[in-house]
Write a protein of this length. Structure first.
Lengths: 220, 794
């Protein structure tokens, strides 16, 4: 599964493999795909991702694409966005979708959960202020229902409000009428999605098994 | 107290059993040979003895002499069959009642065991009376009448999402596991039979294999009965249950294959190939037949908007016909039924009214419950009745082999399956799956169907089957619950589905599909997404009436949730919530950003004090509450609770405890309305803090009406509620006349002349856009609660 580059990348891959936990074959595959998307350049831009035809039907495609360019997902402690990403950053984003390995400890599982939920949180929290306020949440729901026509748009607001209310109720409990709930913090987010077994649901199988070709069928 | 309950319960049971026994003896006695005409000694005496039941004197001779005109006569023969059927059903239902009156017993022993014991007792009584026990577990009766309701119930309410996620595992267990079991048990039994000294050498290989295939199938009825009581986590439940449903195809093929060729005495490789083809045809054909009928049912339900009362009938009849059609071709009837129920459900539910939906649900539950009870009782009776040929070797080897093969099969398969699964099956899971492989009445019926001439050892087979069934149901059934507790297996989480989870489920689906697309990988999510889009584009348009097909799942879920909230609010009588008691009192004010949009601020809202707000709310509430109290008396809280409702009921109780009345009305009604909120916010306030709702809606004449965007298909109750308050103030008690309507509540009960107005209102505002409202208004009848179930499509 060699890359189409010099042997120097083998060493890089190994380094990446150690850091991210992917196997060498998986990294090789992802690298191939990266090259394919970026037209064999070194970096990937938003337009490259936006040109994938299959993404057109996806209601949240804008957010997905943004997630790749969001610094917070690149395991760096910065905020803001970048315009282009290299292979390493591409891989970093993909690490969020690794499944839970068997036999991991409770602590590792908890970390995995936090990691994945953090990814989701960052997708919602577009202004990077650490909380998801009502406007942002509304936008999330609107995007989700964006393919549903006018009916969707009108109820989107209502749904977002109800959801926000639910979060506030579960996390803050009783509030005085003049208190203001600023938004969903990451801790609240963890709390409301407590029963959501995200560590098993948020994974992409492709990354789990080695595949010889990129366009394979069902990996089950 | 409990002791007298216990006594009472036991007395009741014993009395019922005796009653049943005697009447059935009576019935058995009046068989066709003994017509009303004769008075042969035996039959007649018995009839005289049991006169207490008849309470009349009988006409016993048909001589042509003029006799007195018979004022009262007994003609049991005339109504015998339906009477006995009803009596059995009554017995089954009363048994069910009885068991729950004895709390301690029902905690230790699963219901299925008790029912078998009852069957044994009844059979014993009948035998004691000297009569022949009726062949109650006749295969035709079983397969055509008793089994379909249970399977339909299972199929209609099958949780599609976990089923599909685990379909690979389930299929592996069902197909490969059953094959392994059949051959292992059959083969080893044959080997044992060949051993000298067991006197079984006349048992051929093929009958052994046939026996193996009959006994190796996990039985859905038994699994359902036992697993229902242990509340195990969803994954394990769906694995074992799914396996029990899908192994029907394998069993059918194996059974027919071996039965055909037992006469010939050998099976050629050609036959094996044909067998495999047959398997594919049986299973896929069954599913296809079911799917066709399911689509037909969905299509029919599209046009039922004017005849709501017969809607449930379509569901039942189409499903039953699917089953019968599949059985006609010797395809797998069970799979047809499952496919039919699963296919039709999303579309039918979108089309039929809520009352019909409730009817379907409760009829299915009722029928399947009675069926299950009857099956177990009949198993007991058949045990007493059937000719037995006990053979220690055969029976004990069977039992042991079944256990061993199951364990080996499960462990081996899991080893292979875990390589492909994300959520691996732990040892505990494997143990439960292996231990939960119960055998049941299907095995017995299949054995019963065997032709006596071709299979001389049929009685021995039947005995072994019954022993195996008893062993699994009694031993495994009784011990599985303590074992589950002992092993600390994860139990079912009774979590309420929250809107946040729903949003994120959808979000995650799209996210994962997107990532898969970016990776260029056509995985699981990609295909699911494609299926959903295909469904939305073409299928839903055909099968769902009105505009509802455009409704995305999230919205549908949200509406259901709101609806429930509205109902519970109505039922609570809009009671006041004392701040201290309610832990989560958050109103929309807390969430809304503090600064109002400029357009609204221009309205120059007066700032009224909190105290005033409180009072206004209370006034409005109190008036509403009076009307609610009338509504409340008609609510049915007696239906089977489901997890969602349980939570609501607690909530309701809390609210009902906190009712206050205030009388100050006049001075607070000149307050203009607050800025229009999205209806959710109103209702959300309502749910969490009823006070808030009325605050906004405080109005009287001359106050600007609330601008609600009625173009959206919101919960009709919100539309009505808002209209209510914008039209009339809280001032008059006449508020009672225009009840706040929840979807179904008032329709049959409270609709006074104003209802006409409301309907019109619904039409002119909603028409096309409030199809939900139209569905409710067009459906008369007593009200019922709605309930939570799975969203339409995964």
């Amino acid at each position: 599964m060699g890359a189409s580059q010099s042997a120097g990348t083998e060493h890089e891959f190994q380094d990446l493999a150690d850091r991210t936990g992917f196997s060498l074959e998986q990294i090789g595959n992802i690298n191939k795909r990266f090259r394919q998307l970026s037209n064999n350049e070194e970096t990937l831009s938003r337009e490259d991702l936006a040109s994938i035809p299959a993404l057109d039907n996806n209601p949240i495609r804008a957010q997905i694409i943004n997630a790749f360019f969001d610094k917070r997902n690149l395991h760096q402690n910065e905020t803001g966005t970048v315009q282009e990403i290299g292979f390493e950053e591409f891989l970093m984003v993909m690490t969020h979708f690794r499944p839970a390995a068997m036999g991991i400890t409770e602590e590792e599982r908890e970390n995995l959960r936090r990691d994945k939920l953090r990814f989701l949180f960052n997708m919602h929290d577009t202004d990077s202020d650490g909380t998801i306020n009502l406007e942002e949440y509304r936008r999330v729901v609107e995007e989700l229902l964006s393919k549903a026509g006018t009916i969707g748009q009108e109820t989107a607001k209502a749904i977002a409000d109800a959801a926000m209310l639910e979060v506030a109720s579960t996390t803050r409990g009783k509030m005085e009428p003049d208190e203001f709930y600023e938004g969903i913090t990451f801790e609240n987010f963890l709390q409301i999605l407590n029963t959501f077994d995200i560590e098993t649901r948020m994974h992409v199988r492709f990354l789990h098994m080695d595949t010889a070709t990129l366009r394979c069928g069902k990996s089950k | 107290m409990s002791l007298s309950f216990l006594e009472r319960g036991l007395l009741l049971l014993v009395m019922l059993i005796f009653l049943e026994g005697t009447v059935l003896t009576l019935g058995a006695a009046s068989s066709p040979d003994i017509s009303a005409q004769d008075n042969t000694g035996g039959g007649h005496d018995r009839r005289d003895d049991h006169r207490g039941i008849a309470g009349s004197h009988e006409q016993t001779n048909y001589t042509y002499t003029k006799k007195a005109f018979p004022v009262l006569s007994l003609d049991y023969h005339h109504i015998q069959v339906p009477f006995e059927i009803s009596l059995w059903v009554l017995l089954a239902s009363l048994m069910k009642l009885g068991f729950h009156l004895i709390p301690r017993l029902s905690g230790i022993v699963p219901e299925s065991c008790l029912l078998i014991v009852v069957g044994l007792l009844v059979g014993g009584l009948i035998k004691l009376a000297g009569e022949e026990v009726p062949p109650v577990l006749d295969s035709n009766l079983f397969f055509l009448c008793l089994l379909p309701p249970i399977i339909l119930d299972a199929g209609y309410f099958l949780p599609i999402r976990p089923f599909m996620e685990n379909i690979g595992t389930i299929l592996m267990f069902a197909v490969v596991g059953t094959l392994w079991n059949a051959f292992f048990v059959g083969g080893l039994l044959y080997a044992v039979c060949q051993i000298e000294g067991t006197y079984l050498s006349q048992v051929e290989l093929l009958p052994c294999l046939l026996f193996g295939s009959i006994i190796s199938a996990v039985d859905p009825v038994a699994v359902l009965a036992v697993f229902e009581e242990i509340h195990i986590n969803e994954l394990l439940h769906i694995l074992v249950f799914g396996e029990s449903l899908l192994n029907d195809a394998v069993t059918v093929v194996l059974y027919h294959l071996f039965e055909e060729y037992s006469g010939a005495g050998e099976v050629t490789p050609m036959d094996v190939v044909l067998g495999v083809i047959c398997f594919l045809i049986v299973s896929l054909g069954g599913i296809a037949v079911g799917a066709i009928y399911g689509i037909l049912a969905a299509f029919t339900s599209r046009f039922t908007s004017h005849t709501r009362v017969i809607e449930p009938l379509f569901v039942f009849v189409y499903s039953y016909m699917a089953y019968l059609s599949a059985e006609m071709f010797h395809l797998s009837g069970i799979m047809a039924l499952i496919a039919c129920g699963a296919v039709m459900r999303p579309y039918v539910e979108a089309n039929i009214s809520h009352k019909s939906h409730t009817t379907v649900k409760y009829f299915l539950k009722m029928w399947s419950s009675v069926s299950e009870t009857l099956i177990f009782i009949f198993l007991g009776v058949a045990t007493v009745a059937g000719p037995h040929a006990w053979n220690w070797t055969f029976v004990s080897v069977t039992v042991i082999l079944c256990l061993v093969s199951r364990v080996i099969g499960v462990v081996g398969l899991t080893f292979i399956i875990n390589k492909f699964r994300i959520v691996k099956l732990t040892t505990k899971d494997q143990f439960i799956v292996a231990y939960g492989g119960l055998r049941g009445a299907i095995a017995f019926s299949l054995g019963y169907l065997l032709n006596k001439d071709h299979f001389p050892m049929r009685t021995m087979f039947l005995t072994a089957i019954i022993t195996e069934i008893f062993f699994t149901v009694f031993v495994q059934g009784m011990t599985i619950k303590p074992l589950v507790d002992l092993l600390a297996v994860k139990k079912k989480q009774e979590a309420k589905r929250s809107i946040n989870e729903e949003i994120h489920t959808q979000f995650l689906d799209h996210l994962l599909t997107g990532i898969e697309d970016i990776c260029g990988h056509y995985g699981h999510h990609h295909w699911k997404d494609k299926l959903n889009r295909f469904n939305k584009k073409y299928i839903k348009k055909c099968l769902i009436a009105g505009e509802r097909y455009k409704e995305p799942q999230l919205i549908a879920f949200y509406h259901k949730m709101e609806f429930k909230q509205a109902i519970e609010l109505v039922e609570s009588g809009g009671g006041v919530k004392l701040p201290s008691a309610m832990p989560s009192q958050v109103s929309m004010q807390n969430i809304q950003p503090k600064k109002l949009p400029p357009a609204v601020a221009e309205r120059a809202l007066p700032q009224f004090t909190k105290g005033r707000e409180e009072e206004i709310r209370k006034i409005l509430r109190s008036n509403l509450q009076k009307t609610r109290q009338r509504l409340r008396s008609y609510n049915r809280h007696t239906l089977v609770a489901d997890p969602f409702e349980d939570g609501w009921n607690d909530f309701l109780l809390k609210k009902q405890r906190m009712i206050e009345l205030e009388k100050k009305m006049s001075n607070y009604l000149t307050v203009p309305a607050a800025p229009p909120d999205s209806p959710t916010m109103c209702r959300a306030r309502l749910a969490s803090d009823p006070n808030a709702f009325y605050n906004i809606k405080a109005s009287s004449e001359g106050v600007p009406t609330i601008q609600v965007d009625l173009a959206s298909p919101q919960s009709p109750d919100s539309v009505n509620m808002l209209n209510e308050f914008s039209k009339r103030g809280a001032k008059d008690q006449g508020l009672g006349q225009r009840e706040v309507a929840t979807r179904d509540e008032d329709q049959g009960l409270m609709m006074k002349p104003s209802s006409a107005g409301k309907e019109e209102k619904g039409e002119e505002e909603g028409g096309n856009k409030n199809p939900g409202l139209m569905r409710c208004l067009s459906d008369p009848g007593p009200s019922n609660e709605d309930e939570e179930d799975e969203p339409f499509l995964p």
